[in-house]
Design a protein around this ligand. Structure first.
Ligand code: MN3
Length: 201
């Protein structure tokens, strides 16, 4: 099959205590795998079978009606989780004094302000979805939220994805139950700033 489950760059227990081992294992081996299987099944044998995931997601209008929703949901699920794993790292890391920090200070005032606004936005996503930090072509940062497995590039392919967090209950329910704000607060402890800074470059 075309798309395959990427290996995690760390062990399932590596993000403890912020993200628990069982959640990581189920999230990766069951949820992410299921999106991949269903995406592959949707495009298998079609003209789209050799497309890149980015081309599929930014070109949804050209995907045939009968598989468009499957490509949107499962392609989004495949892509979003692939990004998510790289945006986290054991023990987290520090935002360095570079271009991204400058942009954060310019567009939000401070990292604290960014985190507050990001948590409010991701925390208020009604039902399942994602919170995002994106940059436009001029490098201006913006916080967004999307429903289900939608990704900001589905609406605007010029956006650069800088950081994303999964706010589906499967991402936090075992440890945090209904306390999404607590999950979001803890999640910042495992953000991989080195990768996030690369995403901004
Ligand atoms: Mn998920």
């Amino acid at each position: 099959m075309k798309f395959t489950l990427p290996k995690l760059p760390y062990d399932y227990d590596a993000l403890e205590p912020h993200i628990d081992t069982k959640t990581m294992e189920i999230h990766h081996t069951k949820h992410h795998q299921a999106y991949i299987d269903k995406l592959n099944a949707a495009i298998d044998g079609t003209d789209l079978a050799d497309s890149s995931i980015e081309d599929l997601l930014t070109g949804l209008v050209e995907v045939p009606d009968d598989i468009r929703m499957a490509v949107r949901n499962h392609g989004g699920g495949y892509y979003n989780h692939m990004l998510l794993w790289t945006m986290m790292t054991p023990n987290g890391s520090e935002l360095s004094d570079g271009e991204l920090k400058k942009a954060i200070d310019r567009d939000f005032g401070s990292l604290d302000k960014l985190q507050e606004e990001f948590n409010n936005e991701a925390g208020s996503q009604f039902g399942s979805g994602w919170g995002w930090l994106v940059a436009d072509e001029a490098g201006k940062l913006k916080i967004m939220k999307t429903s289900n497995q939608d990704n900001p590039i589905m609406e605007d392919s010029s956006l650069k994805l800088i950081l994303g967090v999964d706010v589906w209950e499967h991402a936090y329910y075992l440890k945090y139950q209904n306390r999404r704000p607590d999950y979001l607060t803890a999640w910042w402890n495992v953000v991989n700033w080195e990768q996030v800074e690369k995403n901004y470059k």
